[in-house]
Write a protein that binds this ligand. Structure first.
Ligand code: WT7
Length: 632
C-alpha cells in the first residue's frame, strides 16, 4: 500500500527527496497503484502556458484503485458507513464488495441512458450513499462528474450545467437537513428550464415527496436499475483525461469550473489521506464536509477509498437533533479520525459542555481542521474538549484548485502548532512573495503565498477558459501558482495562513466572491450600487456586510433588506446571504473610481482609527456618514 511516514525524521527525509528528485519521489509512490499501463514520463510542466502533465502515457481507472483492487483482501470490509439525518433511522454500511457492485450497476444504468466517455454529468444529490455511487459510476465509464452542492439555487445550478454543457443530471425527489425537507427535484426542474443540453434527468426516490416527472426526460433510478446487471469493466483512461469538474467562486465573474485529471489527483489524494490522518487499516474515518465540496471529493470519497479505508458519510447537520450530534456519531461509530471546519467547532463550542461530555470520544486519534484559519480559542477548545489533549490536530491548508492538502502537520508525526498549518507536505514548494512581486528569501517573513513547483493534484485548467486559468493563477508572479492567500512563516519554516488577499470572503468555510453577490444586489430595482466586505463573526469566521446605495426616492428599511437577501438566495443560495446591510448615499472611491474596500472593511469591523489617508478620495465626506450609520 501507500508509503506511510511515521516520524519527523522520515518526513524531513521524504521532503528532501521530493524536492531533489520529484520524479523519482512521485514515481515510487505511484508504483503502488493499479495501472493498466505505466507512464512514459512522471512530469512535464510549463507554468508559462500553463501546462502540467503527471504520469503522461499511463492508463488507469481510478475506480479500480478505489474498489476492484480491494476486493481480494478487503471485500468484506466496510467501505462506507452512512449515518442518516435522523439518528432514529437506520445506518447503512456498504462493504467494498457491495459498493463495487452498486457502482457497476449504476455505471451500466448511466450507459443505458446515453452516457458516454467524456460526457459531463451533473450530480445534484443530498449526502446519501448514491451521491458517492453516482460519482464513482461516472468515473467508471470515463464520464466527467460535476457535483453541485445541493444547497445551491436553481439559477446557480443551471449556470453550472450550462458552463460544462452537461447532458445528464442526477438528482433526487428531495433531501433532509435537520428538521427541514427540501424539494430538490423542483429546483432541478426550474434550473432545466434554462438548460438546453440536458437530455435526461435521473431521479432517486428518496423522501417520497411529490414530484412531476417530465416524459422523455425524467426517469426513476430504481426503475432504470432493474434493467441492468452489475458487470461493468472500467473504462481505460489516460492519465491526463478529465476526472471531474468542480466549481469554485472567484473574486469576479462567474464561478470557475476547476478541472481535475485522473492520475495525479488519485496519487496525491491517496498519499495525503494516508499520511496527514495517519490512517491505519482498522480505523474509522469521518470527514463532516459535503461531497459537493472539494473536501468531500478528496477526503470522503477518493482518498479514503483508494486507501481501502472505512469512510463515514453524514447526511445531517451538527445541531440536529441537538448540538451534541457530532459527538454522538463519533461515539456511535468509534470514529478514529475526525475532520471538520473551524466554523463548526466555534458553533459547537457555544453549546453546554455536557453536550460533549456525555459522549465517549476516547476512540479519537487525529483531529482535522479545514476551510479557513482556525483561531487559537477554537483550536484549544478542540484540543481540550474533543481530543482531551491526546489527539493531535492537523490544520490542513489547501484549495479546490490544489485538489489535496498542501500544508499541514502529519497527525502525531510532525509537530503541531496552534493556528499554524505548519509545514508543506512532501512535494509542495511554497514561497512568500513581497509587494514588489519578488520572492522573500528570509526564513521569518510575511507575504503572499505562492507555489513554485507543480504537484500531482493541481487543477489543470478552468473548464472552457484556459485564459482565465492563466490570468487568475499564473499571472501575478512569473512561473508560480498564486494562491490568493496571505501567510507568514516562522523561524522553523512553519506557515500560518492569514487569509485571503483578494475579494474572496470565506464565510463558514465557504468561498464567496464579492463581485457576483454585488451583481445580484445591483439587479434589485431600488439599488444603484453596492459593495460587500467581510467582517469578523464569532461563529462563521467572517460574515458579509453590504453597503448599498439606493435610488433617491427609496427608503432603506428591513423589508428591503429582506428582499435583497431573498434575491441572493434565489440567485446563488442561502450561504451567500448578507448579515448586515447598511444603506449609504455613496461609497468611498479613489479618483480612478475604484471602491476603497480597505476603509469599508475597517468600518464594518468597527475599527474606526487608522483608516489611513482618506484625503485622496474622490468623496472623503462619505466616510464620516458611513461611520455614523455603521451597524453594530
Ligand atoms: C481557501 C480555499 C480546501 C478545502 C476547503 C476550502 C482557505 C482552507 C485553510 C486552513 C487557513 C484555509 C484559504 C484557501 N483555507 N483551508 N487550514 N487555514 N485558510 O476550499 O473553498 O477552495 O477555499 O480556503 O483561504 O485559499 P476552497
Amino acid at each position: 500500500m501507500i508509503k506511510q511516514i511515521t516520524s519527523f525524521e522520515e518526513y524531513k527525509e521524504a521532503y528532501k527527496q521530493s524536492i531533489q528528485n520529484p520524479e523519482q519521489f512521485w514515481g515510487d509512490i505511484a508504483d503502488s497503484f493499479t495501472w493498466k499501463k505505466k507512464w512514459d514520463n512522471v512530469l512535464s510542466w510549463d507554468f508559462e502556458k500553463p501546462e502540467v502533465k503527471w504520469f503522461d502515457g499511463a492508463q488507469l481507472n481510478i475506480t479500480e484503485n478505489c474498489l476492484d483492487r480491494h476486493l481480494a483482501e478487503r471485500g468484506d470490509k466496510t467501505a462506507i458507513i452512512w449515518e442518516p439525518n435522523d439518528p432514529k433511522d437506520d445506518v447503512i454500511k456498504l462493504t467494498y464488495k457491495e459498493l463495487h457492485q452498486k457502482v457497476c450497476s449504476f455505471a451500466n444504468m448511466l450507459k443505458n441512458n446515453g452516457a458516454k466517455k467524456g460526457d459531463r454529468i451533473c450530480i445534484y444529490l443530498p449526502m446519501v450513499p448514491e451521491l458517492a455511487i453516482a460519482a464513482l459510476a461516472c468515473a467508471r465509464i470515463g464520464a466527467v462528474h460535476s457535483i453541485v452542492f445541493a444547497g445551491f439555487s436553481a439559477s446557480a445550478l443551471s449556470s453550472r450545467i450550462n458552463d460544462a454543457t452537461c447532458n445528464l443530471v442526477i438528482t433526487s425527489d428531495g433531501s433532509y437537513r435537520g428538521t427541514k425537507t427540501l424539494d430538490l427535484k423542483s429546483i432541478v426542474d426550474e434550473a432545466l428550464e434554462s438548460c438546453s443540453t440536458i437530455e435526461k434527468s435521473l431521479v432517486l426516490k428518496y423522501t417520497n415527496g411529490a414530484v412531476t416527472m417530465k416524459p422523455n426526460r425524467d426517469v426513476w433510478i430504481h426503475e432504470e436499475l432493474t434493467k441492468v446487471d452489475n458487470n461493468c469493466p472500467a473504462e481505460v483512461m489516460n492519465a491526463e483525461d478529465m476526472l471531474f469538474i468542480l466549481y469554485t467562486s472567484g473574486s469576479t465573474g462567474k464561478p470557475k469550473g476547476m478541472v481535475h485529471t485522473c492520475a495525479g489527483y488519485m496519487v496525491y489524494s491517496t498519499f495525503t489521506f494516508k499520511n496527514v490522518f495517519q490512517y491505519e487499516e482498522e480505523d474509522v474515518y469521518w470527514c463532516t464536509a459535503d461531497i459537493g465540496w472539494i473536501t468531500g471529493h478528496s477526503y470522503i470519497m477518493y482518498g479514503p477509498l483508494a486507501n481501502g479505508a472505512t469512510t463515514l458519510m453524514f447526511e445531517g447537520v451538527p445541531t440536529y437533533p441537538d448540538g451534541g450530534r457530532f459527538w454522538e456519531v463519533v461515539a456511535k461509530h468509534k470514529v478514529n479520525q475526525f475532520y471538520t471546519a473551524p466554523t463548526a467547532i466555534r458553533a459547537l463550542e457555544k453549546q453546554p459542555i455536557e453536550m460533549v461530555e456525555k459522549h465517549d470520544l476516547s476512540s479519537l486519534k487525529v483531529l482535522g481542521s479545514v476551510g479557513e484559519p482556525i483561531n487559537a480559542e477554537a483550536w484549544h477548545w478542540y484540543d481540550d474538549h474533543i481530543g482531551k489533549n491526546n489527539a493531535p490536530i492537523v490544520d490542513t491548508w489547501w484549495q479546490t484548485e490544489t485538489g489535496g492538502i498542501m500544508i499541514s502537520s502529519l497527525g502525531g508525526v510532525t509537530p503541531q502548532q496552534p493556528t499554524f498549518a505548519t509545514l508543506p507536505l512532501p512535494g509542495i514548494q511554497p514561497v512568500l512573495m513581497d509587494a514588489e512581486g519578488k520572492e522573500i528569501k528570509s526564513q521569518e517573513a510575511e507575504g503572499r503565498l505562492a507555489i513554485k513547483f507543480p504537484w500531482p493534484s493541481m487543477a489543470r485548467t478552468i473548464y472552457g477558459d484556459h485564459k482565465r486559468y492563466k490570468e487568475t493563477y499564473f499571472s501575478a508572479y512569473a512561473n508560480k501558482y498564486f494562491t490568493g492567500d496571505g501567510a507568514l512563516r516562522d523561524a522553523n519554516g512553519n506557515y500560518r495562513i492569514t487569509g485571503r488577499v483578494d475579494d474572496v470572503i470565506i464565510v463558514s468555510g465557504h468561498n464567496l466572491g464579492t463581485a457576483p453577490i454585488e451583481d445580484v444586489i445591483n439587479e434589485h430595482d431600488d439599488v444603484v450600487e453596492s459593495a460587500i466586505v467581510g467582517f469578523p463573526h464569532d461563529i462563521k469566521g467572517s460574515a458579509l456586510y453590504a453597503y448599498v446605495i439606493l435610488h433617491d426616492n427609496v427608503e432603506g428599511n428591513d423589508e428591503l433588506r429582506k428582499e435583497i437577501n431573498n434575491q441572493i438566495s434565489q440567485a446563488i443560495g442561502p450561504i451567500a446571504k448578507l448579515d448586515k446591510v447598511q444603506f449609504v448615499s455613496g461609497l468611498p472611491k479613489t479618483r480612478s473610481g475604484k471602491i476603497m474596500r480597505r476603509i469599508l472593511r475597517k468600518v464594518a469591523a468597527n475599527e474606526f482609527d487608522n483608516l489611513g489617508d482618506i484625503s485622496t478620495l474622490l468623496n472623503p465626506e462619505v466616510v464620516e456618514e458611513i461611520i455614523g450609520g455603521v451597524l453594530v
